[in-house]
Design a protein around this ligand. Sequence first.
Ligand SMILES: Nc1ncnc2c1ncn2[C@@H]1O[C@H](COP(=O)(O)OP(=O)(O)OP(=O)(O)O)[C@@H](O)[C@H]1O
Ligand SMILES: [Mg+2]
Length: 152
Amino acid sequence: MDTDGYRLGDEFITRSVEETVALGERWGSELSAGWVVAMDADLGAGKTQLARGIARGLEFSGRVQSPTFALINVYEGGRCPVYHLDLYRLDDAQAVFDAGLEESLREPDGVTVVEWAERWLKGAGDFKKLRQVQIATLSETERCISYEDLGA
Ligand SMILES: Nc1ncnc2c1ncn2[C@@H]1O[C@H](COP(=O)(O)OP(=O)(O)OP(=O)(O)O)[C@@H](O)[C@H]1O
Ligand SMILES: [Mg+2]
């Protein structure tokens, strides 16, 4: 049986990909349209795995893949659309704007999940419902996942 890791204060420790996906799934089941989940973490920390779980929790049953080159993947057919962005290749908020992504980062009709969000959050203004997530790599298989909800 999958667990979703264990809670340590405001932080969650996951000990496998499956636990990270399960944690994302729980979050997804609780989120509603208008939420922006902004993830910051090192390369390969597990942002895409967490995004996969969130999409599942929002009842999307298709494939979730890293939008590293596409910049954005849209998953439809679940409880609401999921906008999955990866800003790794963009330098700052201006580059995000120039790529035409600003609007998709504020979709009121869906849940937006953003990898490398700090490239855009600096200078992005206010949000109604923003979950700021950090993932730290503790070991090959362990991750510390913490979040703070702002403006909710
Ligand atoms: N507890 C864990 N949670 C999530 N991923 C884990 C865990 N333990 C090991 N991993 C491994 O870490 C990697 C996470 O990959 P993932 O693509 O989700 O990271 P990412 O943060 O999206 O990377 P990128 O910076 O390239 O976007 C996978 O190879 C996965 O197998
Ligand atoms: Mg990724």
